[in-house]
Design a protein around this ligand. Structure first.
Ligand SMILES: NC(=O)c1ccc[n+]([C@@H]2O[C@H](COP(=O)([O-])OP(=O)(O)OC[C@H]3O[C@@H](n4cnc5c(N)ncnc54)[C@H](OP(=O)(O)O)[C@@H]3O)[C@@H](O)[C@H]2O)c1
Length: 267
């Protein structure tokens, strides 16, 4: 991964980078950040260029569609090259690209498992490491984890584990960045009404979780995340359910939590 060898020139362009910007939470982050006037340009990263361009058409800030598959090291390198060429100041990074699958260890394909780990964990870390050299005091990072990070979840086992990774990584990175003025917040929502469910159900065990109880609108989740990040919070729960799960994860033994989840996922 190439990092800049020289400091950026005077008055670099301020750029907000949002992965997963073509849909759901990433799209909503783009809409809300574009109103905050914290960037001269918003770069939206995802695989579907047309969907990215549609979102860009709705922004109050000029946008750029960056077509990339974040499971591909070559595509991450292409983003690193773009940054090196343009030398912007990255004022905001939101890592929202990610997906989950419902099903047990036998019903989710090997390819989906690998891709989930690659995107949710490696892609997020690579994007963070690629952007950090272009960030300075006042820079903001929001890592989209999930309330699934707080407890182990059978029938979503790898997904929940990837989100626990994101939460731990973000917390430790936040500590390392202490004193730099760069704020890191991990967003840990429960269900949100996005494209997530359709992707999660497209597996051999797609109905292992029957209903996404209490699903929230993306707008309220993103508002809560931006407020938590403004307040320099390490974690944004964005709902009472998520906060409760966070507390439960700290005090209740995992076997009890998993038995409770076994009931909830069949409701
Ligand atoms: N919705 C929920 O209930 C919920 C709850 C907690 C946490 N989350 C987390 O929220 C984040 C956003 O998901 P969402 O709910 O907004 O779902 P979504 O609507 O399906 O959005 C997922 C985004 O990720 C992008 N993406 C998927 N694979 C990619 C790849 N290989 N490379 C680059 N981009 C890729 C998609 O764009 P393309 O398909 O165009 O690439 C899309 O923009 C995820 O990390 C998810 O785990 C969701």
């Amino acid at each position: 991964m190439d990092h800049p060898s020289t400091p950026s020139s005077t008055l670099p362009k301020r750029v907000a980078i949002i992965t997963g910007g073509s849909s759901g939470l990433g799209r909503e982050f783009a809409l809300q950040i574009s109103k905050k006037q914290v960037a001269d340009e918003i770069w939206l990263v995802a695989r579907k260029k047309e969907a990215l361009e549609e979102v860009i058409g709705q922004l109050d800030t000029p946008g750029r569609a960056v077509e990339a598959d974040l499971t591909s090291p070559q595509d991450i390198q292409a983003i690193a090259d773009l940054l090196s060429e343009e030398q912007p100041k990255v004022t905001f990074l939101v890592n929202a690209a990610g997906f989950g699958k419902f099903g047990d260890w036998q019903t989710i394909s090997d390819a989906a498992i690998d891709s989930m780990i690659d995107l949710n964990c490696r892609g997020l870390v690579d994007m963070t490491r690629t952007c950090l050299p272009y960030m300075e005091r006042g820079g903001r990072i929001i890592q989209v984890a999930s309330a699934a990070a707080f407890v182990p979840l059978p029938h979503m086992n790898v997904y929940a584990a990837t989100k626990a990774f994101v939460l731990r990584y973000s917390r430790a990175l936040r500590w390392e960045l202490h004193g730099t003025g760069i704020t890191v917040t991990a967003l840990c929502p429960t269900w949100v009404k996005t494209g997530f469910e359709k992707v999660a159900r497209a597996s051999g065990g797609g109905h292992d979780v029957r209903h996404l109880l209490g699903a929230q609108e993306p707008a309220s989740v993103v508002r809560a995340a931006l407020c938590a990040n403004d307040a320099h919070f390490a974690v944004a729960c964005a709902s009472i359910q998520s906060l409760a799960l966070r507390m439960i994860g700290k005090v209740v033994p995992n076997c009890v939590t998993m038995a409770g989840w076994e009931v909830i996922r069949k409701l």
